[in-house]
Structure formats: structure tokens, C-alpha cells
Design a binder for this molecule. Sequence first.
Ligand SMILES: *Cc1c(COP(=O)(O)O)cnc(C)c1O
Length: 378
Amino acid sequence: MEWSRPAWVEVDLGILATNVRLIRADLPAAVQLLYVVKDEAYGMGAVQAGQVALREGATHLAVYTLEEGAVLRAAGIRAPILILGERVPEEVAGVLELALIPCVSSLEMARRFSEAGVARGRPVTVHVKINTGMNRFGLPWREVSSWTPALLELRGIEAGGVLSHFAQSDEEDKTFARLQRQRFEDCLRVWKAAGGRVPLAHLCNSGGFLDLPEAHFDMVRVGLLAGGVYPSSVCRRIPGIQPALSVRTRVIAIQHLETGDTVGYGMRWRADRPSRIAVLPVGYGDGFPRVRNQGAALISGRRASLVGGVAMDALTVDVTEFPEVGVGTEAVLMGRQGDEEIPAQELARLKQSVTYDVLVGWRRRLPRVYRNSEAGPA
Ligand SMILES: *Cc1c(COP(=O)(O)O)cnc(C)c1O
């Protein structure tokens, strides 16, 4: 049986499909689209979101963990899946079993995959990851002349691609991004001159896709933007892209307060007039920022201010001016209602974090409800 909770994450797969279609249409035909579905496609559900994106023109998916790759394969997804980040030797067998494409960031791991490829008698396709300044994963760009021949002499692996990752692509100042692009190109030149193949070169995330067309190479890796959220306030806008994920709930109780009464733990809010308070059954245990007397919910298409502190399981809003609101009225904690919107950016400010963190922060405790799952290609 389906347990239903009056609080849920709503994923509009029709909006997601439109976003992917718009991103695809914005790219030159020769540039492929990889959709990054790590961490449940930023909270939307990796299988559902991945299937929609593949239908709308994405050619590849990417995950960060073997488990995430296994879930996609178990759902019958056959598309190429890149596994980002770096692997440990214990993961080599699993990568092969799931037919994932590993990124190699070190000669040690390249050797492990090489041995595995030799052992099974068929080369393992890998993507060579170059560190051009992010300084997290990748073979160092400064040492390209030494690792290139070492990689190229390994049997049992073949390069299906070469990639790097931007440290900063969505800010106004693109100086460092351009430097990274230059380093990447220099490395590609050395690699090719030594006989290395580059079936797919890729560097861009959402910010790079939007603002650095000169860095698109053969493929872009888009995550956040497919869900309709922009990586920053300054990057280029594509008309029609909208957030696919929203967080909704229903009023679970109404409290009538007299002047001087307080609300919640620590009595952090005191009524300065007779007040009506709506209780919404979502708290920091669901991923809502743990704020007090800050933030809002949308009810009846208007903003109702959050009063008191957010508890683990509930938050409270002032609905004194909303006589129509009662138990069961729908409220929106992130997303649109009528003409009003609470964007992910607003919650990111409350959380003193980034939109990425807000999206993946909505806990599994909130069931995912899918809308427009039948939305097919245009
Ligand atoms: C997460 C990730 C992306 C996608 O970034 P977005 O900003 O969400 O588009 C691309 N490449 C790598 C290596 C990543 O880790």
C-alpha cells in the first residue's frame, strides 16, 4: 500500500523534459549532452529524471557512486554512464560488472583498470581526467608530458574521452575558466601528438554550458540546469527553463493565539495581536533550513511569514491575514503557487549555502510525487 504524507517533493517531469529539450536545442548539433544524475538527479530521482533526459536527447548519464550506477542499470537503462570522481581498487570489478565508464585520475588506478581489461580480454573504456586547476581529481596538467606516454603504453584500457572540470564557471569573471580551458587544450594537444585518441573531450558543467560556448568541445555535462535551477544569478538565461522540483505540504493544524502568546521551542516569536498560526508538517528533519522568524511559505498564492523556530518535524507560519486558510490547505515551501515563487536560491540564503545543497538536502522522508510522467518528445 502507498503511505501518503501531507508533505512531498513534487517533480514535474514535463518541465524537466522541456528543460532538457531547450538545453539540447541551444547546443550545436555536434555537441553531445551528458546529464549528471548524481545524488538522485539532485533530489528528483535518478531513474525517472535520467529516462526523461535520454528520451529528450541526452546521450550519456553520470553518477558518482557504484550504487548510483547500479540503480540505473537495474532500471534497465543501457545508455553510457560515466562514473565521476576517483575509484578505489576494490571498486574495479563493480565498475566492469555494471559497464560504467570510470574516470581515471591516477596512473595507479589506470593500471588497475588495465589489468582488469587484460584479464577479461577486452579493453576497459575510461575517460582520462585532467586536473587543470580545480585541484580535486585528475592527472596534473603540468605533468602531461610524463603521464601521457605512461598511460598510452597500458594495454587493456582505451580512452573513450578526456575531461576536466571548472573551478569557477558561473561567475562574471571568467578569467580562471579561460585559463583552465587553455590548459585543457594544451594537454589535448600533447596527448594527441603522442598518439592518444580523443573520441570525446568535455569540460563544461551548467555554468560552462551557459557562458563558455568556446569550451563546449564534444560534450557538456549538465546537472543543475536540467532541473531548471541556474548555477548563479549572473549566468546566461534560456527562456522557458523552469524549476522541475517543488516542495509542498498541507496545513495540519491551526492555532489561535492571543496577544502575548508565543510559538514553538524557545518561545522565539510572540504575538503582538490576536493571531492565527498554521502548522506545516515539515521541519529540518525533512531538509528545511533550521531558521527562526525567517523565511516564508506560499499559501493561497501569497507569502505567509515563518514565525518561531523550525522544529525537526514542523514549522509555523502566520496566517492571521489569510482567513481562507484551514486544515488541509496546500502550502508551498519551495516552488511556485499562483504568481508567487520561493526559488531554491531563497532557501539557499536561509541555509547559508548553495542551491545544489538545498536540492539534495530534501530528505527521503519526503515522498517523491511525479507529475506529467507521460510527457513525451515534442
Ligand atoms: C556535478 C558535476 C557536474 C555537473 O555540474 P552542474 O553545475 O550541476 O551542471 C559536471 N561535472 C562534474 C565532474 C561534476 O562533478
